[in-house]
Ligand binder design. Sequence first.
Ligand code: CS2
Ligand code: MN
Length: 410
Amino acid sequence: MRQTWRWFGPSDLARVEDMLQAGVEGVVSALHHIPNGAVWTPAEIARRQAQIASRSDGTPSGLKWEVVESLPVSEDVKKQKGDWRTHIANYKSSLENLAAAGIETICYNFMPILDWTRTDLNWRVAHGGTCMRFDIIDFAAFDIHLLARADAASDYAPKIAASAHQRFATMSEARKLELTNNVTAGLPGATEHLTLEGVRQQLAEYDHISIDRLRAHFIAFLEEVVPVAERLGMRLCCHPDDPPFALMGLPRIMSTLEDYLAVLSAVDSPANGATLCSGSLGVRPDNDLLAMMKALAPKVHFIHLRNVRRDNGAIAGSFFEDEHLAGDTDMVALIAAIMTEEARRKAEGRADHQIPMRPDHGQDILDDLGRKAQPGYPTIGRLKGLAELRGVMRAFGHPELGLKGTGAND
Ligand code: CS2
Ligand code: MN
């Protein structure tokens, strides 16, 4: 795997030299300041490439922008409303411009309104660091009582709704505010920081969009952009829903292997691929990450390695972001499956046999604590995650001791 790292640009708390010290081989970035639906111009792309290529003292870093995350799909395209046709044309132009700049791997997602969703951004773990957490009871309390969505109560299992009522009854005003801010927090440029009223208005726009309709919109989008990506030798890779189940009554269509197979087979092309995010998909106990990796193998173009622990006992839906080698996903076995696929590609002579991987999120530890990084993107916590993952990769790649018989150590 190619060891990459997400960098939000010059405003990122991690500097280019920090990435070098973390042992990063390639950079994942995006032009967050460009509004969703607009064209990424050659000049803006070149500017970000130049920022990545040099350290703060101006000397060359040797790093390159290798993966785009994300080239966002606009809400208009998801709803087939307003300017959606222009936005699709602009998406194609952005692909042309990125390909001309030598960037071939493009991650995006197709989640309505919200990107990732958590109820806690700084949840204290036993070792004293913090991580992000999603608590289904808190989330239901938000949905039923704070957002006050009409059908909310009946969308939850009775046990969850009852616990949510109880918890809300004793919830402090400060926690209500914090919960609202956490749930509506988004990524810069990907989703704006939404007010409750803003969320209600946006939700109303999805009232008539069923799962099947959203999937049809997605396939219509793919039918337009995949041929362009294929002609340009690019790899599109869709990130799964995070968490991988319906929220606030919104349709979700990228949560399971069946979801992936439906859209990847609808527009069958090597350019139409997947981002395997073990942290997002791993929230569902019925998502078998190893089986997913094997089933999607030739079309996995980008990998997010992150581990979650489902932690609410009998009530499904809650989880926290555990250390990379802890949690409910067998990370070591997953890495073996990925490296086996890489070996298979190499034997086939595929130029993209090395799959870009990044440590997706990390816990806040040591000097991360108290620094205001993007939620999930502390420097030291991610560096630790990357180092742990690299250790596993190195062991499997060992010529004597590694994955014998798979070709992974040839
Ligand atoms: C990311 C996603 O930070 C994260 O959780 O994995 O937000 C991801 O960048 C987008 O969904 C990809 O489009
Ligand atoms: Mn991810």
